[in-house]
Design a protein around this ligand. Structure first.
Ligand code: ADP
Length: 211
């Protein structure tokens, strides 16, 4: 389980904290919507929960283990093994094909290549990413890139999935497909955390935390 305890964070010495004494638990098997106005610190919080930023004070606990006690190399491994990320900018590898981007993390986690490719194609199809799988990410739209990143994250079956506005560029029908998939992933035993401005997406989640 993922837990934030008395978490504080500011971007520079002497600047006002973006996160100030914040605590929350993210149980496995649940989807949580993180909502709030722009600039309130939702993305920052996802980076903190994903161990990509170090809190100024407080602690992130993973299965009770304080992340601050984990050395950088082990932290990178922990991130790679446990976490899935869907960032706003998708963060795809521009030098590799769409399908290679989708299967990358699953292969790293030990999936078999044929199996990962087949399941990756199924996910792309489910999310309506209608581009040739051997295309490079530079030739797809923003909404498609986001769904490709989502396929990559889901395929690797992370126990903790952090998604930053994963439906931001999507039409209502595709949004519903994405929300279903995130719910399904949570039902398989994962903690799914979704930053969203969409009331529909927030309502579809098991819980909502307003920042
Ligand atoms: P949200 O996701 O809710 O829109 P953010 O976490 O992106 O909010 O930003 C929270 C605050 O932190 C904003 O005031 C933003 O300008 C500031 N901020 C975000 N990233 C940085 C950064 N890299 N350096 C300095 N300030 C930042």
């Amino acid at each position: 389980m993922l837990r934030a305890q008395d978490l504080s964070f500011s971007y520079g010495r002497g600047t006002a904290p973006v996160i100030d004494g914040w605590s929350a638990e993210f149980p496995e098997g649940t989807t949580t919507a993180l909502t709030g106005p722009s600039g309130r610190g939702k993305s920052t919080l996802l980076y903190l929960l994903g161990l990509m930023l170090r809190p100024t004070a407080g602690e992130i606990l993973i299965d009770g283990m304080p992340a601050s006690t984990v050395r950088d190399a082990a932290k990178a491994r922990l991130r790679a093994d446990r976490f899935g990320f869907v960032f706003q900018d998708a963060a795809l590898d521009q030098t590799r094909t769409v399908i290679d981007n989708v299967t990358e993390t699953a292969l790293y986690r030990g999936a078999r290549r044929n199996d990962a490719a087949r399941r990756g194609m199924e996910l792309l199809d489910r999310f309506g990413v209608d581009v040739p799988a051997d295309r490079k990410p530079g030739q797809v739209s923003g909404g498609q890139a986001q769904r490709i990143a989502l396929c990559r994250a889901l395929l690797s079956e992370p126990r903790i999935l952090l998604a930053d506005e994963p439906t931001g560029n999507l039409d209502p029908a595709t949004t519903a497909v994405v929300v279903d998939a995130l719910q399904e992933h949570a039902a398989s035993g994962a903690a799914v955390i979704i930053v969203t401005h969409s009331p529909e997406v927030a309502d579809a989640c098991d819980r909502r935390i307003e920042l």
